[in-house]
Design a protein around this ligand. Structure first.
Ligand code: FAD
Length: 545
């Protein structure tokens, strides 16, 4: 399957010439999930994304597929059950990308939950979320807690609990869901903005005007059903539809900061209380650790929300209080990101009290908007809205995404991953790639890693050094299969390098620019523009004004 930038214009032309059953506006995880579900049910699906896939909230989350322990506090039992069951399904369909990890919950004097409260909450959580026996929680004494995490502040520590959360890469998950949908017949295009909605003579919605933001060309795309999955921009489209009445979105901002693992060498992820009683995660990822998140009302610019000094101060105060020997300073922060939660407004509730439940709104014109929800619940959200659509289209097909492996995820279970890594290491011995690189490839691309290694071997045989061959191979794979258009599509959303390897990325940037430039025929001016784009993102990642 090829899915590249060179196909964008022809995809848009195709979409304008043959009506879709569903046109989805928004290429975050919500839109991606709907595209996959609907394609598997045999519907003709189009999806347009105004920037890059996952460039909205779906690359800016805490990157956990979780059962939602915190929802217990809000008595959202159904949500805990659903998200808990979901994470098992998503793990099964992409075991390389959605991985169980130990999470340590320290019990602190005066904290949110005491020993009895924690035991009860985790028992309810394990029961509601149908947690596998081997992943069920375990209470720890004070000594055991300190043994598990010697960096904890000892003062006030009463004990702890270990339970299981699932870690992922949100943007990668989104792109793999999109690619899987494309492999099942969906037509998905990035850098294509729905600028207006189209209506028939009865005032019913029948498509959208979509602008290819790279060429400026516009297309009228006809569709039986239009789905608004625009995340934080859902209300902008409802406004275009003149249907912004009743429930509205309430955006809250959450930020994360990244530091070197050496500064906070925690033995597993930790979930702990900040001073205001909110809970924060500290998650190790490779050679880095990320810390988050905040939850504050937001009304500013929506494309690149910034991480402010007060966001950073809040996170550093909390983390240095919990891990006093770390003493992390603002200058230690290597990268950061901020995202907007597209939640549904509820009168009188604070950001953290707002429900994370998703809702579907149907307007008088027939526009279907879906908002709220979580990365974790994307498959169920898609099922609900596609069930509704199928009823309208009198299609009897049922949801099949629970059994659909994502591209690269074709492992029987997680225990097959390590032997696969070893197998690749042996098979590509001639290339002498480091084991670290193969581990990185398999955890990001799953079984697609082999395609990248084949390209690398080929390049090496043509005279490239091993190092250049490996980098070029990854870029070429992404160009051919993941519709990358700009340097940041590759460096931020396909590989997460801006967040988790920003300092090294400065070294490889010239090679990335050269390879993408050569494959996409960039002019000198385009290369300058790409460099400026990258420099701005790079600067913003550590600018906290
Ligand atoms: P988005 O990802 O924002 O996608 C909407 C897309 O629509 C955007 O890409 C946008 O460019 C596009 N768009 C908008 N207007 C148009 C238009 N006119 N034409 C074309 N395209 C358009 N959930 C979890 O399960 N686990 C977590 O750990 C977690 N942590 C979080 C932490 C933070 C700080 C935040 C902010 C959220 C977190 N979430 C988490 C929630 C989760 O990230 C979101 O629910 C989810 O990513 C929303 O996806 P979406 O597709 O609805 O929105």
């Amino acid at each position: 399957m090829s899915f590249s930038a060179s196909q964008r214009a022809s995809f848009l032309t195709q979409l304008s010439q043959t009506p879709c059953d569903i046109l989805i506006i928004g290429g975050g995880i919500t839109g991606a999930g709907i595209a996959l579900d609907a394609s598997l049910r045999g519907l003709k699906v189009g999806l347009v994304e105004k920037k890059d896939f996952a460039s909205g909230t779906s690359s800016r989350s805490t990157k956990l597929i979780h059962g939602g322990l915190r929802y217990l506090k809000q008595l959202e039992f159904k949500l805990v059950h659903e998200t808990g069951t979901e994470r098992a399904i998503i793990h099964k369909n992409a075991p390389h990308l959605v991985k169980p990890e130990d999470m340590l919950l320290p019990i602190i004097e005066g904290g949110t939950l005491g020993k009895i409260g924690t035991r009860l909450a985790l028992w309810v959580y394990d029961t509601l979320a149908d947690v596998d026996p081997e992943e069920q929680f375990q209470m720890l004494s004070e000594a055991e807690t300190l043994e598990s995490e010697p960096l904890f502040r000892k003062e006030g520590l009463k004990g702890g609990a270990l339970y299981t959360e699932y870690r992922t890469d949100d943007a990668r998950l989104t792109i793999e869901v999109i690619k899987t949908a494309v492999s099942k017949g969906a037509t998905c295009v990035n850098y294509s903005e729905a600028t207006a909605l189209l209506y028939d003579k009865n005032g019913k919605i029948c498509g959208a005007k979509v602008r290819n933001t790279l060429s400026g060309e516009s297309y009228d795309i006809p569709a039986k059903i239009v789905v608004n999955a625009a995340g934080p921009w859902v209300d902008s489209l409802r406004e275009k539809d003149n249907s912004l009445q009743g429930k509205r979105l309430h955006l809250t901002k959450g930020v994360h900061i990244v530091v070197n693992y050496n500064l906070l060498p925690i033995r597993q992820a930790v979930y702990f209380d900040a001073l205001d009683g909110r809970m924060l995660f500290v998650v190790p990822r490779g050679e880095k650790v990320y810390i988050g998140t905040t939850d504050t009302n937001y009304t500013g610019e929506m494309h690149e929300p910034s991480v402010t000094k007060s966001d950073v101060d809040y996170l550093l105060t909390a983390v240095n209080r919990m891990f006093p020997s770390a003493n992390i300073q603002i200058a230690d922060i290597e990268s950061s990101w901020a995202g907007l939660r597209p939640l549904i407004h509820e009168e009188g509730k604070s950001p953290s009290e707002l429900s994370r439940k998703d809702e579907i709104f149907e307007s008088a014109s027939g526009l279907l908007s879906i908002a709220g929800g979580k990365l974790t619940g994307f498959r169920k959200m898609a099922e609900r809205i596609v069930d509704m659509i199928c009823e309208k289209l009198q299609n009897k097909a049922v949801c099949a995404t629970d059994k659909q492996k994502l591209l690269g995820g074709d492992f029987a279970n997680k225990s097959e991953i390590s032997p696969y890594i070893k197998l690749l290491y042996g098979k590509y011995g001639k290339l002498q790639p480091s084991m670290k690189w193969i581990v990185y490839l398999v955890h990001l691309y799953g079984k697609q890693a082999e395609q990248i290694l084949e390209i690398a071997l080929n390049l090496q045989q043509k005279g490239e050094t091993d190092e250049a061959a490996c980098l070029k191979a990854e870029i070429q794979f992404s160009l051919a299969n993941e519709m990358i258009v700009n340097v940041d599509d590759f460096l931020v959303r396909r590989t997460g390098k801006l967040f988790f390897d920003r300092l090294n990325t400065a070294t490889i940037f010239p090679a990335v620019l050269a390879e993408m430039g050569q494959q996409l025929n960039w002019t000198v001016e385009e290369k300058v523009a790409q460099t400026q784009r990258w420099e701005l993102l790079n600067a913003n990642a550590v600018n906290f004004e």
